[in-house]
Structures are given as structure tokens and as C-alpha cells.
Design a protein around this ligand. Structure first.
Ligand code: XMP
Ligand code: MG
Length: 187
């Protein structure tokens, strides 16, 4: 599955490549075509809101493959665990630059785990009077869902393992690997 060009050698932390760079690129192409089709009659540019930091590579690849008019924006939130937050608690660290009121918004996220992050963001954006809201998530861990979230454009289902690469990190490491790898459980 993984060829030597798109998949540099694994380090001691990484068990295996789950999704190689070519498979990622093909899937992003397909998702971009689906999003183009869904928003082909859009009146004002679609606002893509990436959730920092994890989504930045997926955002860059996806946005460059869209042919519909769009604007790129970002939001940053704290995830549980990072600052010892309570599980399920989500806090806004950095808001969007665009005013989302009356606009079509597509939230761009790296991975769906419990669903807390996306359900918080969907609630937040609805409260700001968006015209429409939908979501694209590159990876999904279906076994981990705690709250239901409707994902319109989903990349891949993966098992309940910690993954890195393509924007995803372990303590800020491995974020820019060109493939998605499974880590060995860390002590
Ligand atoms: P929730 O639980 O709110 O979480 O759906 C989504 C966020 O959890 C992080 N996350 C991961 N990050 N490798 C990562 O690098 C993983 O395997 C992983 N699982 C969850 C991620 O920040 C995501 O936005
Ligand atoms: Mg994230």
C-alpha cells in the first residue's frame, strides 16, 4: 500500500502507515468534487472554517482542489486533556476573522473522536445566524463517538488508535508527515 517515495521510514514510535500519501490525495480529490457539487449554486463564497492546528494540511489540500468560490478562515479551540480541561469541555481560544452571519459555512476538521468539538462549533455557528452549516472531517473513529454529529463529507473511518501525520500530532511531533500513521501506545 505505502510506497517508499510517499512514505519515509517509520520511527520507533510509529507502528504502521494507515493511509499513504497517494490514498490521501485521491480521497481529498473525491471530497472536493462532492463539495463542489453540493455548493455549485452558491450565491456568496463558501466560508471554510478550519479547526487549528490539526486541520491546516487538510484545509490547504482541500481548498486548492475546490472550484467553487470560497474563503479560508480558522478557529482555535482547546481540546480536553491539553490543559487539563475536563473531558468534553471545549473552549474557544481564537475566533474567526470573517463575520459568519448569513453565510454558508463548512467546518473543516482533522478527526472526529467523541464529537464534542464539532457539536460545540455547530452550536456556536448556528447561534451566530449562519445561512447554512455543514462539516467535513478527514478521519473518523466511529468507536469513540459520545455525542451524535452529522458529518456531510467524511474521508476515512479508522480504528480506535492514536494517529499522527497529515496535520495530526503527538505532543506536536509528526504533524507534517505526508501520510497517516498509527502510533504505538505511549506510556
Ligand atoms: P472530539 O473528541 O472533540 O475530538 O471529537 C476531536 C479532537 O481530538 C483530537 N484527536 C486526535 N489527535 N491523533 C491526533 O493527533 C488522534 O488520533 C486523535 N484523536 C482525537 C484532535 O485534536 C481532534 O480535533
Ligand atoms: Mg483537531
Amino acid at each position: 500500500m505505502a510506497d517508499s517515495l510517499s512514505s519515509p521510514p517509520l520511527t520507533k514510535d510509529l507502528r504502521r502507515v494507515l493511509i499513504d500519501a497517494d490514498s490521501i490525495s485521491r480521497r481529498v480529490d473525491e471530497l472536493a468534487r462532492e463539495i463542489d457539487e453540493r455548493y455549485k449554486d452558491i450565491e456568496e463564497p463558501l466560508i471554510l472554517v478550519g479547526v487549528l492546528k490539526g486541520s491546516f494540511i487538510y484545509m490547504a489540500d482541500l481548498a486548492r482542489k475546490l472550484t467553487i468560490p470560497h474563503i479560508v478562515d480558522f478557529i482555535a479551540i482547546s481540546s480536553y486533556g491539553a490543559q487539563g480541561d475536563k473531558r468534553g469541555e471545549v473552549r474557544l481560544l481564537m475566533d474567526t476573522r470573517e463575520n459568519l452571519s448569513g453565510r454558508d459555512v463548512l467546518v473543516v476538521e482533522d478527526i472526529l473522536d467523541s464529537g464534542n468539538t464539532l457539536s460545540y462549533l455547530i452550536r456556536l455557528f448556528k447561534s451566530r445566524g449562519v445561512k447554512s452549516i455543514s462539516t467535513t472531517v478527514f478521519l473518523d473513529k466511529p468507536e469513540r463517538h459520545e455525542v451524535p454529529v452529522d458529518i456531510a463529507f467524511m474521508g476515512f473511518d479508522i480504528p480506535d488508535v492514536w494517529v499522527v501525520g497529515y496535520g495530526l500530532d503527538y505532543k506536536e511531533k509528526y504533524r507534517t508527515l505526508p501520510y497517516i500513521a498509527e502510533m504505538y501506545p505511549q506510556k
